[in-house]
Write a protein that binds this ligand. Structure first.
Ligand code: FE2
Ligand code: FE2
Ligand code: FE2
Ligand code: FE2
Length: 422
């Protein structure tokens, strides 16, 4: 029998509050902790950010003070959870090392969700952005070796390969090409969870880069963060665009709490670090309290039962991060040349000069040589004779196999790079 959090007996909200001494957690050891434990920490932190901001937006969209008090009470608990999770990151883990975790999460989480996704629109969106975050991982890994002499394979625990995906230079699309068709209440519970989870994760990455770009200790790094932050804006637009637009604020609150329950329970079931596993369990119990509270508010203010939103509260198959290098190689083979064209995907070389993609690339990229994600690789090659990679065998795409020259044409319109030749 699966777990149904609606069937558990909830604590009341005040019972979920901790005292100030317990607001921070003992950090993990960055050298001995499994990379997937670090990824779960990043993901849970992102889910709490989303939840806190959603709560604020809800509160600003209603004039009922009693409802606003109830939502503030839940939100206080979410804020405490976020502090306990984010303080797990140790002081000696740099922003850039942590960033490797962000992009690794974007890769392995996306694979985990895409593999079991039944909605074709959602699955295509996942596979599409997957190759872009995979490329970000490679660019940051080169910066890491260049600046700090650290090989990123140590940080990713050899779970993922590090090599070019769709080159970041090719990812700069017109904003019109990031909108996707949204899901509906007919979609499966797993699809709804997947969309909520990936949106929170990508949004967390976007926020992280928005805040941290300027703290990097050299210009090259600051510019690389800023460039990649622009792509995360595109990813958040894509994923946020998949969300069901036909729900009320309180239905949405219920779904948010349910998603948090599902995430913490998945974390609890898959965690290998005993101490952190106990934290996931405790936070799961708190989420059950939030969920029941949200169900009560839905009944009181919308006059709806939770079963009308989530007919079967039993968790679908849990989220499990596992290495899958072959899946990724398959997606590279199938789709590295694609760009987006409104809601669809198309090989970039099939687009003409009248396309939005071409238009935006012309506005944004005056010279390939100025693009930080390209420069970071050129610098690395100039310094060490080749780029940094952690690769098991040849790259699946011939054009991306050359370690002595950074490719700027895959997934792009050839005319642009010819015109703006560096
Ligand atoms: Fe939470
Ligand atoms: Fe990324
Ligand atoms: Fe992303
Ligand atoms: Fe919650």
């Amino acid at each position: 029998m699966g777990m149904n959090p609606f069937e558990l007996k909830p604590k009341n909200i005040e019972e979920t509050y901790v005292d100030i001494k317990n607001l921070s957690s003992k950090p993990y050891n960055k050298n001995s902790t499994d990379p997937y434990t670090k990824l779960r920490v990043i993901l849970a932190n992102g889910a709490e950010f989303e939840q806190v901001w959603f709560g604020h937006q809800l509160s600003r969209r209603t004039s009922d003070n009693e409802l606003r008090r109830q939502v503030a009470a839940i939100r206080r608990s979410e804020q405490q959870q976020q502090k306990r999770i984010s303080s797990l990151k140790p002081i000696n883990e740099s922003i850039l090392e942590h960033t490797i975790g962000y992009e690794m999460l974007a890769v392995d989480l996306t694979i985990a969700l895409a593999k079991h996704e039944e909605n074709e629109v959602v699955q295509k969106a996942l596979n599409f952005a997957l190759l872009e975050d995979f490329d970000h991982l490679y660019r940051y890994a080169n910066l890491l070796e260049e600046d700090k002499g650290i090989k990123a394979e140590k940080l990713v625990g050899k779970y993922v390969e590090i090599m070019p995906g769709r080159p970041t230079i090719s990812e700069h699309r017109h904003p019109h090409d990031d909108i996707r068709n949204h899901i509906t209440d007919k979609d499966s519970l797993l699809t709804k969870l997947n969309v909520g989870i990936i949106t929170a994760a990508e949004q967390q990455t976007m926020n992280y880069y928005m805040n941290n770009a300027i703290f990097y200790d050299n210009e090259m790094g600051r510019k690389l963060y800023s460039e990649i932050a622009m792509i995360e804006e595109q990813h958040v637009t894509q994923y946020g665009g998949l969300m069901n637009t036909k729900t009320t604020w309180l239905e949405c609150l219920l779904m948010h709490e349910y998603t948090e329950c599902y995430l913490y329970y998945s974390n609890y079931e898959t965690e290998t670090d005993e101490r952190i596993k106990a934290l996931w369990e405790e936070l799961f119990e708190q989420e059950v309290a939030h969920l029941h509270k949200a169900a009560n508010l839905l009944q009181e203010y919308d006059n709806k039962q939770w079963e009308q939103i989530i007919p079967d509260g039993t968790f679908p198959e849990l989220l499990k991060l596992t290495p899958d290098k072959e899946y990724l190689r398959g997606v590279i083979k199938d789709s590295v040349y694609l760009t987006a064209d409104k809601e669809d995907y198309i090989e970039a070389k099939r687009l003409g000069e009248d396309s939005d993609f071409y238009k935006f690339q012309q506005i944004f990229i005056k010279k390939d040589a100025d693009v930080p994600s390209h420069k970071v690789i050129k610098n690395h090659i100039a310094q060490k004779g080749e780029d940094y990679r952690y690769q098991k065998g040849e790259h699946p795409t011939d054009e991306l196999n050359d370690r002595k020259e950074d490719n700027t044409s895959v997934g792009r319109i050839t005319g642009i790079s010819d015109k703006n030749n560096d």
